[in-house]
Ligand binder design. Structure first.
Ligand code: ATP
Ligand code: MG
Length: 411
């Protein structure tokens, strides 16, 4: 008898319903998974076999066929393990519990039958809710922020036995408290704008840039505080809204990147030796890159001149559209990438930017895009602490129609 179990697949940030069909037959011990599984899905065969053995249901003399539907969609990640194991238990006649059609199951199996968190669980939760399923069984992950449930149930399970106990009614719902949402006054910034000494006009310009979400290009002599200004910039951006926090955590989970605090706007500063793929995103199963990890925050490129022309040119799409689309043989995914760009380099670096051919240093600043559709500032700093030098800061707001303002300050 074949059994259908619901699970959630991920395509970029988007989740979709996957029906895991399992049929257990008499035959030589084997597990065949069809439905365009990638290597991590195929490996669930060994995990399921080991977990069944541990639970006392060895699959000797059993042939198991698993079909992941929709068949034309490439499946990736180990999050189907739990659904496959439940299908095997039910189809093989090892358990008699009813697998509800309005519930879905996600989680990776470890060899002893326990269930462990997987990448992209927050995206899966949001997808299950959107698909109007009633219940999602999943392993507990403390990094997932609070989600408005509105009648949708999350059942946190730590083993296959937990799921069976819950389905048979012998164990009530087990809700873990979600991680605490911090209030604004509890937020601590590692690097604060207040730490900057002097640079009155640079700070003022950055405040205006923060208010209008304008890009900034800085240059000046070594040690004058350019990196410091950029690194402290996120402390003057407002904390992320709940919706933005969920988006940030989803992106960080998919990219498997560490995320200190979901409520702070992200600050990403990839090294100039980073590959174009790590900055834009990609891979055979496309993952978010630095531009998406900086979504709703700051992407800071230090030593801009050292980045390759190819990398800088690839920044055009996200800078102009606020998103990046990555196409691979089996999938095309779009990730959000609306970030505030801060570039740092010595005099003339701006001209290296291929996207900025019409701009002149000190006049137009970072005019992103050949058509100049994105406003931005150009900060030109000199060391404020040196008595002999004068600080010059050009702040230029640029648009397709006219130059809004050209400010020149001396201190
Ligand atoms: N105005 C300032 N207030 C406080 N600290 C400062 C200031 N300017 C520079 N510093 C300190 O001086 C050091 C060098 O500054 P920073 O790295 O920001 O300079 P930079 O302009 O980025 O130099 P480079 O061109 O070499 O990258 C840092 O430790 C920074 O904290
Ligand atoms: Mg620097």
């Amino acid at each position: 008898m074949s059994v259908k179990v619901n699970s959630i697949g991920l395509k970029g940030l988007e989740g979709y319903l996957v029906q895991v069909e399992v049929q257990v037959m008499e035959g030589v011990e084997s597990v065949v998974i069809v439905g365009l599984p990638d290597t991590s899905v195929k490996e669930s065969r060994e995990r399921v076999l080991a977990a069944m053995h541990t639970m006392g249901h060895p699959l000797a003399d059993k042939k198991v066929i698993v079909n992941l539907s929709p068949a034309e969609q490439k499946k990736n990640g180990p999050l189907f393990d739990l659904a496959i194991a439940l299908g095997v238990l039910k189809s093989g006649g090892f358990v008699s519990v009813k697998l509800p059609s309005d519930a879905a199951f996600i989680g990776a199996l470890s060899l002893d039958g326990s269930i462990v968190p997987v990448q992209g669980m927050l995206s899966a939760i949001l997808a299950a809710k959107r698909l109007t399923l009633k219940t999602l069984y999943l392993p507990y992950d403390p990094n997932i922020p609070e989600v408005e449930l509105d009648g949708f149930h999350l059942v946190y399970v730590s083993s296959i036995q937990d799921v069976l106990d819950h389905l048979s009614g012998s164990q009530p719902f087990s809700f873990h408290r979600p991680s605490k949402i911090l209030e604004d006054h509890e937020i601590r910034y590692e690097r604060d704008f207040q730490q900057i000494i002097g640079h009155k006009f640079a700070k003022r310009t950055l405040e205006v840039a923060a208010a209008g979400f304008h890009h900034v290009m800085m240059d000046g002599p070594p040690g004058c505080g350019k990196s410091l200004l950029a690194e402290t910039f996120t402390s003057i951006l407002p904390p992320l809204s709940k919706e933005a926090q969920l988006e940030k955590v989803s992106l960080y989970q998919l990219a498997d990147a560490s995320n200190e605090s979901p409520f702070l706007p992200p600050f990403r500063s990839p090294h100039h030796s980073s590959s174009a793929v790590s900055i834009i995103g990609g891979g055979s199963n496309p993952k978010p890159g630095e531009v998406s990890l900086a979504h709703r925050g700051v992407l800071f490129l230090d030593e801009l001149a050292e980045f390759t022309k190819k990398t800088l040119d690839m920044l055009r799409q996200p800078l102009e559209n606020g998103k990046v689309t990555i196409s691979r043989a089996h999938s095309t995914v779009t990730y959000p990438a609306k970030f505030l760009f801060i570039g740092e380099g010595s005099m003339g670096t701006v001209l290296v930017l291929p996207i900025e051919q019409e701009a002149k240093v000190g006049e137009v600043g970072i005019a992103v895009g050949r058509t100049g559709t994105v406003p931005g500032f150009h900060l030109k700093l000199k060391n404020c602490h040196s008595a002999s030098s004068t600080s010059l800061i050009y702040a230029v707001s640029y648009s397709t129609i006219f130059f809004c303002s050209i400010l020149r300050y001396c201190c």
